[in-house]
Design a protein. Structure first.
Lengths: 115, 114
């Protein structure tokens, strides 16, 4: 079946512009995660959605970052007034139930470059 | 809070040689541990996971890992490396009482020499 998809695959923007990144999770997966991967580093957690519960936003690095999810489907991550340090690969993952041992399935990522 | 340390950002082995990628964790409660692989220009893929059942876990592509509580380790091994194993490998942890997302190590890039 279809995996997690993300768009765009690459985004180049100018400092100060807003960007919107999209994630389509696997159908039926109630949990959705956003991570950031800076060059040469591991993944940093950003935000977690589980069903209709309030999202866990504890990983968002500043108030310029926000995310939404429509029901149990598409999610968008928005970065306002982008800065050069926002340059990274943004990865989305989904899991069936959001349990601690559930496998997270990752999308291919969006590579964001802020000039 | 929990954390993961991967010793060696780059590991190089010869084709057919043993692969050993190191992962040590820190957690105040019994953890769940994962190994993911990232091939070039692809998303992360689960290799294997430890969920408190058997301490020796077998995964895909001939990889296995052993949970050793006394050493707080979860090292990844494969008896014989293939060229196709060249990729970046990430160890990750989750634990009861913590947030649902995984905490990842910084990754180890595996090179396989012919």
């Amino acid at each position: 079946g279809a995996g997690v998809s993300q768009s765009p695959s690459n985004k180049v923007t100018e400092k100060g512009k807003d960007v919107e990144l999209r994630c389509d999770p696997i159908s039926g997966h109630t949990a959705l995660y956003w991570y950031r991967q800076r060059l040469g580093q591991g993944l940093e957690f950003l935000i977690y959605f589980q069903g209709n519960s309030a999202p866990d936003k504890s990983g968002l690095p500043s108030d310029r970052f926000s995310a939404e999810r429509t029901g149990e489907s598409v999610s968008t991550l928005t970065i306002q007034r982008t800065q050069q340090e926002d340059s990274a690969v943004y990865l989305c993952a989904s899991s069936e139930g959001g349990g601690l041992t559930d496998t997270q399935y990752f999308g291919p990522g969006t590579r964001l470059t802020v000039l | 809070a929990q954390s993961v340390t991967q010793l060696g950002s780059h590991v190089s082995v010869s084709e057919g040689a043993l692969v050993l990628l190191r992962c040590n964790y820190s957690s105040s409660v019994p953890p769940y541990l994962f190994w993911y692989v990232q091939y070039p220009n692809q998303g992360l893929q689960l290799l294997l996971k430890y969920t408190s059942a058997a301490t020796l876990v077998k995964g895909i592509n001939g990889f296995e890992a052993e949970f050793k509580k006394s050493e707080t380790s979860f090292h990844l091994t494969k008896p014989s490396a293939h060229m196709s194993d060249a990729a970046e490998y990430f160890c990750a942890v989750s634990a009861p009482g913590s947030r649902r997302a995984l905490t990842f190590g910084s990754g180890t890039r595996l090179q396989v020499q012919p």
